[in-house]
Design a protein around this ligand. Sequence first.
Ligand SMILES: [Zn+2]
Length: 432
Amino acid sequence: MKGLAPDYVYTPQGLIPDQVVSVSDEGVILAIANRDSGVAITEELPGMVLLPGFVNTHSHAFQRALRGHTQRRLSANDTFWTWRNAMYAEAQRLTPELIYEHSKQVYHEMLAAGYTSVGEFHYVHHQPGGRPYDNPNILAEAVVQAGRDAGIRVVLLLTAYAQGNFKQPPDAHQLRFCDRSLDAYLARAETLRTSGIPFGVAPHSVRAVPAKWLTAIADYSRQHQIPFHIHADEQRAEIEQCLAAEGCTPIELLQRCAALGPLTTVVHATHANAREIELLAQTGATICVCPTTEGDLGDGIAPYAELRQANIPLTIGSDSNTRLDPFEELRWAEYSARMRYQRRRVLVSDEMASPGPLLFAYGTRYGARALRLQSGQIAPGLAADFIAVDLNTPALTGWTPEDLLDVLCFGTAASQVIKQTWVQGQKVWSYI
Ligand SMILES: [Zn+2]
């Protein structure tokens, strides 16, 4: 058993001084008790506050290899789609060894940034040309092993891909992503799910799989109560193509396929309209926003005020891993909303005066819920996933208990303040 003794701990009841957080040998939080309660202290954390670790709900680990290399001119008019060509070229180069190396490196970076869990939206499955490896899950297993070796909790979101666009065959670059049939995909999913790893299913998008795949995969997700994640409404072109092919918008198509519900996380929803927002709210779905990637790719700004009004839970994802800093993702969610609506304090909860607590919840417990994890808060029975923040760093000078989360979200970078990261009761990263 461990007993961690920071100056403060952030619990569902707020920021409390002089507590000991006791953790079982299995890495589960047992209790939060006063220092004088007699609980054995095994690690003093002087000058630090213990906060729940962040949950990165949406990552494509290998895209870390593109960081800084897609900013120059790729075509006469660079867009998401020309960036995608560069990404496809990178995906062609991957081997089991390379995907392991990219993943391990980016997972170390995530731990340093305070992410303790990651939903890995994994879609490169087969050999160049599309032929499965002898072990058809070898690339997925390489990603899982990289997470294990780095010390982060990976929830493998196995991506389904079948076509290049609505009712169009895949192009040469997409063959690596595609399974030959729904049954082949579900067989791979079943092997991974029953291996005991944290697992979910993820049709890539409404354009990348036929509608009947969406229905079947959503059924599978409900049957096993596992997460169902999907990209939707990131680009206006996808919405126009969906209207032309299916006569409805992407989120309406998900509803038609019975693929919206509490297990569903829609990634981006940047251009969701009022009807789609209503459907997401009615069905209890979550939205994962990825502000640094959405900015990098020129996607647009999510309709944050309408999402907040509809009380839709938001989570954050580092997506293309061009930047790893949960405070920056949360800050840019709120800042881009301010720019869109030309007012301040958009992402605030009804009972709280400032955005910090709600933003922090998006980054932690809402993310844990979207990945079906027992974590995201410091409370008994949940996984001991923590970050230790140094209250004496210059970026935090002047902090008060009332506004600590606002100071962190609006005034710091993760690399300035996070000194330790703990996953399942183990210290997996510390500042040297
Ligand atoms: Zn993505």
